[in-house]
Ligand binder design. Structure first.
Ligand code: NAI
Length: 469
């Protein structure tokens, strides 16, 4: 940890470009702009320290500026080693909206260093609030506390390099100050979590009785998961594959693993380009949905030798195995759009002396396999839309990040017990409402008779909580 640094980015000279793109994003992010106007004067985050661990893109820069306008004192890191847009990080660093520690192409050791930099203020204090994406900042604090309770955890051998490196970082932190993370955890008022995988981690912690502070599940706001995960991926998956490979999608066979919100966006996107899409699923409901949308639903065992492009979108573990890769056609493209890099068994490639890697360009590698054939792996199995392109467009992220802001305000101003919460439907509807005008939507209005007939208020909420959209 280096208390003397106010930022570490790739190139501060990129700040002008970042500023200009942020200016362009304003028109596409009406929700965030409305939050600034409505809540800015009330300063709900004044005096509060906020740590963010979320892809450091232009859209995130807009979120950071919004949190700043609400009064927060902010430190930020990216939640993925490839997802930072260096001009966005530079813009935030130069104007000092946040102390930012992020660059495209960090190694894992640097990644955890950046996360710690974002979590610890120069005076040794930690955040009051965390904005998390995938749960790594929350994990860092929880593991820090666990180590302080039981230092023998530092001596254990861990399966993944990632965990091993996190523990190495906690070891040096523990040697400097053996009570830091316990103190920090006590001062955290809460975390708002952006994505499906991070939300799974939170519920898991909560069920085990190990969650240390209140949490908002932003992912399950309807205006987040039914928009960002679905329509965001519907555009940014193709962007990632095309910037990486320039491949023609029409006529190709694309295999999408997982038909949840992200998988649905991916499958429909690829079909839109004229690809023939196969889907794999473990959940019969999602499998039936895919089938009734006209997708062929099959298994990886059957699809492996057939597909031209493979996309994992499951949030699960080793969905594409070494055995699958060995069956693939020559120059099949393999990528992941789920949060973590363990959906594809990258360790099979990394640890097998018979597999040979040839780098084509950053985030695009050709692997020659035991089969003698080659496959093209994008972003080393990390999220392809953020690793090989620039993630989702601003408009959809405005929906997600407006939810983030509302959750941060709730945590700052409310009195929440340690549990996992979602935002009320009224606010979910409000987020959607803020994005209608930009698209020229004319919304109909219930009259009192109609509202009474349906049994809902004239101004909503219009649906019960169990409604699925
Ligand atoms: P979800 O839970 O709605 O969908 C995942 C689907 O995968 C489920 O239907 C599940 O039954 C299926 N599945 C699980 N294991 C499987 C297996 N072994 N084989 C086949 N299917 C399997 O989750 P959602 O929201 O679609 O998110 C998926 C992942 O994408 C998560 O890791 C999430 O954090 C991430 N995500 C990534 C984004 C990006 O921009 N790259 C945006 C939003 C979410």
């Amino acid at each position: 940890y280096d208390a003397s640094l106010s930022y570490k980015v790739a190139d501060i000279e990129l700040a002008d470009f970042g500023d200009k793109e942020m200016q362009l994003a304003e028109n596409e992010m009406p929700g965030l702009m409305a939050v600034r106007e409505k809540y800015g004067p009330k300063q709900p985050l004044k005096g509060l320290r906020v740590t963010g661990s979320l892809h450091m893109t232009i859209q995130t820069a807009m979120l950071i500026d919004t949190l700043k306008i609400l009064g927060a004192d902010i430190r930020w890191a990216s939640c993925n080693i490839f997802s930072t847009q260096d001009h966005a990080a530079a813009a935030i660093a130069r104007k000092g909206s946040a102390a930012v520690f992020a660059w495209k192409g960090e190694n894992l050791e640097e990644y955890w260093w950046c996360t710690e930099q974002a979590l610890v203020w120069p005076d040794g204090s930690g955040p009051h609030l965390i904005v998390d994406d995938g749960g790594d900042a929350t994990l860092f604090v929880h593991q820090g506390v666990a180590v302080e309770k039981d230092p023998s955890l530092l001596e254990k051998a861990y399966d993944s390099a990632d965990e091993q490196l996190l523990m190495a970082r906690l070891k040096s932190s523990f040697e400097n100050d053996s009570g830091r993370w316990t103190r920090i955890a006590e001062s955290v008022k809460g975390v708002s979590e952006e994505t499906t995988t991070g939300v799974h981690r939170l519920y898991h912690l909560s069920q085990k009785g190990e969650l240390l502070f209140p949490a908002f599940n932003v992912n399950d706001s309807v205006t987040k998961s039914k928009f960002d995960n679905l329509y965001g991926c519907r555009e940014s998956l193709a962007d990632g594959i095309k910037r990486a490979t320039d491949i023609m999608m029409a006529g190709k066979i694309v295999v999408v693993c997982g038909y949840g919100d992200v998988g649905k966006g991916c499958a429909h996107s690829m079909r839109g380009y004229g690809a023939r899409v196969l889907v794999t699923e473990v959940d019969p409901i999602c499998a039936l949905q895919a089938a009734m949308e006209g997708f062929e639903v099959t298994t990886m065992e059957d699809a492996a030798s057939v597909g031209d492009v493979f996309v994992t979108a499951t949030g699960c573990y080793k969905v594409i195995t070494g055995a699958h890769m060995e069956q693939m056609k020559n120059e099949a493209i393999v990528c992941n759009i789920g949060h973590f890099d363990n959906e594809i068994a990258m360790d099979y490639l990394d640890n097998n002396p018979k597999c040979k890697k040839t780098a084509i360009k950053p985030q695009v590698d050709m692997w020659t396999l035991e089969s003698g054939r080659t496959i093209i792996v994008l972003a080393e199995g990390r999220l392809v839309n953020l690793g090989c392109a620039t993630g989702h467009p601003s408009f959809v992220m405005s929906n997600s990040f407006t939810n983030q802001c509302l959750a941060q305000i709730e945590l700052a101003t409310g009195d929440y017990k340690t549990d996992v919460y979602t935002l009320p439907k009224k606010l979910d509807e409000e987020v959607a409402r803020l994005h209608l005008a930009r698209l020229g939507v004319k919304l109909s209005k219930l009259n009192q008779v109609q509202a009474d007939y349906l049994g809902v208020p004239v101004d909503g909420p219009f649906k019960p909580d169990h409604y699925r959209y």
